[in-house]
Design a protein around this ligand. Sequence first.
Ligand SMILES: *Cc1c(COP(=O)(O)O)cnc(C)c1O
Length: 390
Amino acid sequence: MAGRLFLQIPGPTNLPERVQRAMDQALINHRGQEFATLTKKIMPRLKQIFRTQEGTPIIFPSSGSGAWESCLVNTLSPGDPVLAFSIGQFSGDWAKAARAHGYKVDLVELPWGSAISEDLAYEKLAADKGKTYKAVLTIHNETSTGVSTDVKAMRAALDRAKHPALLLVDTISGLASIDLRCDEWGVDVAVAGSQKGLLLPPGLGVLCVSNKALKAMESAQSPRYYFDWAPMIERNRAGIFPYTPVTQLLYGMDVALDMLLDEGLDAIFKRHHRLAEGVRRAVKAWGLSTVALKPENASNVLTAVYLPQGHDADALIALTENQLNLALGAGLGPLAGRAFRIGHLGWLNELEVLATLSGVELGMKSLGVPCTLGSGVAACQQWFLESKAG
Ligand SMILES: *Cc1c(COP(=O)(O)O)cnc(C)c1O
């Protein structure tokens, strides 16, 4: 198909050309001086992305799920009680990973579309009289529903309950798209992946580990080898890795970090808010509802949208992909066929959002979903006129 693909799924995201070019290089000796220089250039800037001074960034060759696993096995011992919240596919799957490793997961299941509230987290923590939970698993941005959780409020709940559990945060689709402050908010482990806000292809599991989590590592008894933090941190000091790293992705990360820090995190978060709000206004103009139940929890990373009953969201996704070169995210789990997701994260601007909305309208109209052509696009344009860029 002529023209470029509009990759508007909520990750992997559009790869900036600069990043793509940076990865088109010959391999180098991953135990040599040049490689060590690259690693040492990356780590301090990665800390800036996590907004940490005390934390230790760690990079594994893995998808985000590998980073989940790494977070768990380095901080917990089999049988440890942990508190987890399921508000969608990814938060639920992380809890499953914890069960698979033999931790005693107290899972609070909330309706898809909700966020984790500070009061609920506090209630669960305050009820744990013996302070037995070793960790709380939370999700910064639930990618299946388009809902963000206030991580600062999760820290407040722990502090209010005077609970010593570790705060473990899946920010795989949140990092570098919406605000996360590891030091200020007392995040013990932040778990991320390369293919979402970090502007890279999939392939890196990225973590930020607090000193408290490093202490927990010393007594954590879960078996681990590939995902063990200790040899990783030890070798990283010299700029190398305990096993073969993904050199090409690190070339890319070197440039992606420059791009993110040149734009500035606050500017990036503002841009995401502005683009997301444009999409939300379009959804409203179409007369459709978001999966996010409350507007204040709606994510600036992606928007999940219900089609009216009797219409198939998967047919819409197939049509836009096959006829318009526009890739939208499918509804996951119980949302399959009922909802579609518009990713509006990463390296993205106003016209790309408008083109995406226009593609959704064309697709809905072709499938007989009631909608006025141009209505969502116009609502979004109006918002872009009203709100200031940058
Ligand atoms: C994408 C995503 C994951 C899974 O990451 P993979 O790289 O596919 O393993 C987990 N959690 C969230 C919130 C995600 O968005």
